[in-house]
Design a protein around this ligand. Sequence first.
Ligand code: KG4
Ligand code: ZN
Length: 349
Amino acid sequence: MNILAIETSCDETAASVVKINPKTWQMKELSSIVSSQIDIHQKYGGVVPEIAAREHVLQILPVINEAISQAKIKPKQINYLAVTQGPGLITSLITGLETGRTLAFAWQKPIVAVNHIAGHLYANFLNTNQKIKFPAIILTVSGGHTNLVLMKKPNNIKIVGETLDDAAGEAYDKAAKMMGLGYPGGPIISQQAKAYLQTKNQASNLIFPRPLLKHNNLNFSFSGLKTALLYQLKKDKNWKKRLPEYCFAYQEAIIEVLIYKTLQAATKYKVKTIMLSGGVSANDELRQRLLEVVNNKLPQVKCLIPEKKYTTDNAAMIAAAGFFAIENNLKKKKTMTYNKLKVDPSWNL
Ligand code: KG4
Ligand code: ZN
């Protein structure tokens, strides 16, 4: 089965063709094109919705054309379309969804709506040769969401923990803005933290709070951490000279909480697999530490981490999630037509 997927929920215009074996769930990316607008939004310190929307309109058709051409297939070889319906910026979502609907109409193909966060979760199924064992717990850490999802089976998911305020990516982005480091904050802060470790190779005595760490639930809270950083910066006149150390200490607080809660969830639900997803999972320190900790503390549990290109927004992950939505619709004999689809900017998982 070939799925053409489209993703335009925020500031990336993306299209991808993924070939899926419905029996084995083996998913092979035939193409994955991502046109990022980061350079355009960088000077504003964050995504400007109107600019993002206009850029999607310019990029969407060239990106889809490129995805089809790189996949070396003809439109008639596409079996299904999958498109992000939400959550995200309404004006960004509309371009991708309406383009998907138009193609579904023109080509007379079935189309499914995909939840963006589900896309991040199912990124773990792409290009992997391993058979995923269930139940699984998935830590999703992106710019807008931070949650722990229990996946009993691919079509049976439940949020068991989530952030009560800021998302982990937001914590990175806001801290970077506070320290005048630019957007997006995650890659910049993690690079500074890496530089600190390389030069110092020892732990910092600058310690930020670990929000909700000892609370007996699986929720997160990152807004207090950002405030703690603000007060510390006000107190320390020399903070600019200690920038890498600040980034290191701030990142440590985020990573420690993320890993601790993930292990807590894995133990509570006796999972066989732990997976990671979302933009923040591009972070090398988080990837490496999660693997190490799972290996040491829960050696019987398999830890899966998606390829870096599938961590930040892309359309291959929308095809992966689309596949399970298609299977579900086929089972329930639901039609998958273009005329029912409408964007849903606040669609909950
Ligand atoms: O999943 P994503 O591409 O978009 C959303 O759905 O939000 O995630 C974007 C977020 C941003 O907050 C960005 O700062 C963060 O992912 N991010 C990182 C890294 N790369 C991107 N955070 C930490 N370390 C990174 N290397
Ligand atoms: Zn995302």
